[in-house]
Design a protein around this ligand. Structure first.
Ligand code: NAG
Ligand code: NAG
Ligand code: NAG
Ligand code: NAG
Ligand code: NAG
Length: 278
């Protein structure tokens, strides 16, 4: 047989073979950043949090380039899914990727014999903003007890190993008035609670303040949404470049700053060929 003919028929059969078996080849070909971050991750930690997508990533289960560093989640003690915001820990109760809403609660108020007196969360200069579903209440900590006061709801909490009488107040003026009734008092001025929970206290359908606190509050996040959408449209998945500290687009061939290269499909076939050949 003519050597040229056998070579080209070999080539043709290889191409036919490749076209019918492109699946294994795409595995040997995809950039590991892309393949590491596109495998779906169902996150369960005490409760089900659904499929984790960018900007979130789960420490210990995913590479850090799969998500934004400010959206790192981890599982503590097998029961609390944690996100840290300005170095404070919050338990994640719920993630809604469509509306980009996160329901979180400060670790202080989670079930214990006595809850720790809660601090105001710090959300300034973070990607997180309170939703309209959140109402700012105030908390007064005192060491004397106060008779029933309209717009204030009593609970107890510990601070510096001391038990305090605490009052969740519907607004700052109520909190200040309570403070004025005791020798000692501290006001935590901005304490976020869910509006329906607060309404439940106000209209008397709920009495358990600790339960209201444990429902936490909602924040909406922003994280390079426009760039990320463009990346996904180009066939990539959003990621984070840990050397330049910027979000990037992870594509089948390699990571790009914004979106995948449209040149790639031809490069893909060619390298598929090489990949099978060698
Ligand atoms: C990412 O992929 C590389 C190469 O396939 C692998 O060695 C590594 O363990 C993966 N990392 C994670 C966190 O899955
Ligand atoms: C609490 O009240 C007592 C007197 O009722 C007072 O001596 C004490 O300093 C107050 N403050 C604290 C932080 O305990
Ligand atoms: C604060 O709340 C109390 C009790 O709910 C209410 O009577 C009062 O009008 C409120 N004050 C302000 C300034 O909103
Ligand atoms: C009290 O408020 C809650 C939350 O808004 C609402 O679901 C509930 O129906 C209200 N109950 C009464 C008795 O008005
Ligand atoms: C990226 O962040 C890391 C850790 O915060 C820092 O050490 C590094 O210098 C940063 N790199 C750039 C290019 O900003």
């Amino acid at each position: 047989m003519h050597p040229n003919f056998s070579q080209s028929s070999l080539l043709i059969s290889l191409i036919l073979f490749l076209l019918s078996h492109h699946f294994p080849c795409s595995l040997c070909l995809d950039d590991f950043h892309y393949s590491n971050c596109t495998s779906p991750l169902e996150f369960e930690c005490g409760h089900e949090l659904g499929n984790i997508e960018y900007p979130f990533w789960v420490y210990g289960h995913q590479a850090e380039y799969c998500g934004h560093p400010l959206f790192k989640l981890y599982c503590e003690g097998g029961e609390h899914a944690i996100i840290e915001i300005k170095s404070r820990k919050y338990k994640v109760l719920y993630i809604n990727p469509e509306s980009q809403i996160l329901q979180i609660v400060t670790m202080d108020v989670l079930p214990k014999e006595h809850i720790v007196c809660p601090q105001s969360p710090l959300m300034d200069s973070t990607p997180f903003n309170y939703t309209p579903y959140v109402e700012m209440a105030a908390v007064t900590l005192t060491n004397c007890s106060i008779d029933d006061h309209p717009g204030a709801y009593h609970f107890s909490c510990t601070m510096n190993n001391r038990l305090h009488e605490a009052y969740l107040a519907t607004n700052l003026s109520v909190a200040k008035e309570l403070r004025s009734r005791c020798k000692y008092g501290v006001i935590i001025s901005k304490f976020p609670v869910l509006l329906p929970e607060l309404e439940g206290l106000l209209n008397g359908s709920s009495y358990d303040v600790e339960e209201v606190l444990r429902e936490g509050f909602e924040v909406q996040w922003t994280a390079d949404n426009a760039i990320c959408k463009e990346c996904v449209r180009s066939g990539g998945t959003c990621g984070y470049d840990t050397t330049s500290n910027k979000s990037c687009c992870l594509c089948r061939d390699k990571p790009y700053p914004n979106k995948c290269s449209s040149m790639y499909p031809s490069a893909f076939l060619f390298s598929s060929f090489l990949c099978w050949f060698f």
